[in-house]
Ligand binder design. Structure first.
Ligand SMILES: C[S@@+](CC[C@H](N)C(=O)[O-])C[C@H]1O[C@@H](n2cnc3c(N)ncnc32)[C@H](O)[C@@H]1O
Length: 366
């Protein structure tokens, strides 16, 4: 799994318990990111549709959600990965841009990314292995990067892990009915995807854009060698409006998100947000109440790794101190009252050992 801001690693057990106790069969993961939550729903028997605007997220979904592990010849896949691991490095755009013009990866690893990515394109494009191999390469590169978790800056001294050789592994594919990977704006997608038993919505919380925070993965997947700018060598199209999301805009985000919450068609609607977000808990409760009874649960959560380490400028120098290391993750659940009560009870028991804050739970009648 790649390092990803806002990834719901600590909530996955709770969300999975909710999904299972709801008796749901179909699920929508509307801002799917790493697909971590969608994978958990699939593992628990769900047929899952994922939506995200990022190209790398679509590939992760094609690998983990749209592929049924039981239909893949794992021995053959293992051999392909072994063969790719034996590829000799050959410097190209990736090395020049992310290892020489910037220092996100050590050149010996960048050269192997270049060579392996070219082989995946020429030998596997169009095959069912294509998204699996791209995922394997992205995850391998993520294990040897030299960042604090986002690609807006690299650390001044090479990170220890960046000295490790790039090694592809077989992704942990998930067995189960293949779902659907949709790359589309969430606002559009909810209008056309139809009805689900459970919908999970986890939008961006602030102005930090995923397109720029993870521009290297966007380029690795598109393999389009874009013109770049700045110390972090961001894609030139980072400046264009098409790559900007309303969910990263202070004034536009709240009405856009409330509209999505209203538009989504689902028996159970589950929303994630935290106490650093631009929408208040009360506003979210009000928006969710179109779906019925609403309950809110709060979880204590460690902030993302960059916030824990400190704040750095694009040259990797420390320029800011950490404000605080923990925040509150809220989960808002809406639907028919008996269903909401049942899934919230399951959620509470599913995370007993974690940092759940029961006093923060609240109930709202429609
Ligand atoms: C908080 S992250 C989701 C994290 C995810 N739940 C996980 O566990 O990995 C928000 C996601 O919203 C996506 N996003 C941003 N704007 C979007 C839009 N307009 N439509 C759909 N997805 C969008 C980002 O690419 C990012 O992956």
């Amino acid at each position: 799994m790649i390092k990803y801001i806002g990834s719901k690693r600590r909530l996955v057990g709770a969300l999975g318990a909710m999904f299972e106790s709801s008796g749901a069969q179909t699920a929508l993961d509307l801002f799917t990111g790493t697909t971590r939550v969608a994978q958990e729903f699939k593992r628990r028997g769900g047929v899952v549709t994922t939506v995200d605007v990022a190209s790398y997220s679509e590939v992760l979904s094609q690998c983990y959600i749209a592929t049924d592990a039981s239909t893949v010849d794992m021995d053959a896949l293992g051999q392909v990965i072994e063969d790719l691991n034996n590829t000799t490095g050959q410097p190209g755009y990736f090395t020049e841009t992310f290892c020489v013009a910037s220092r996100f990866f050590q050149p010996q690893n960048g050269e192997r990314v270049d060579a392996i990515r070219n082989r995946i394109e020429t030998e596997y494009k169009g095959s069912h292995l294509y998204p699996i191999l791209l995922t394997s390469l992205m995850e391998a590169a993520d294990r040897v990067d030299s960042t604090t978790g986002v690609q807006m800056a690299y650390v001044k001294k090479w990170a220890k892990r960046s000295y490790n050789p790039l090694v592809l592994r077989v992704p942990e594919l998930v067995p189960g009915e293949p779902g659907l990977a949709v790359r589309q704006d969430a606002q559009e997608a909810v209008k056309s995807l139809g009805h689900f038993d459970v919908a999970y919505l986890d939008p961006p919380y602030n102005q930090h854009r995923y397109f720029t925070n993870y521009h290297i993965w966007e380029t690795l997947i598109r393999w389009d060698a874009p013109e770049h700018y700045g110390v972090a060598c961001k894609r030139i199209d980072s400046r264009s409006d098409e790559t900007k999301s309303v969910f990263n805009m202070r004034r536009k985000m709240p009405p856009a998100f409330f509209q999505v919450v209203r538009d989504v068609q689902s028996d159970l609607v589950v929303l994630s947000y935290n106490n650093e977000a631009w929408v208040s808990r009360d506003e979210l409760i009000e928006a969710a109440s179109v779906h019925g009874h609403v309950e809110v649960m709060a979880f204590d959560s460690k902030r993302y790794v960059g916030a824990q380490i400190g704040i750095y400028n694009p040259s990797g120098e420390r320029v800011g101190e950490i404000s605080h290391l923990r925040n509150l993750e809220y989960v808002v659940v809406a639907g028919r009252r008996p269903l909401v009560e049942r899934v919230c009870a399951a959620c509470r028991s599913g995370v007993r050992e974690q940092q759940m804050l029961p006093l923060e739970s609240s109930r709202t009648e429609r």
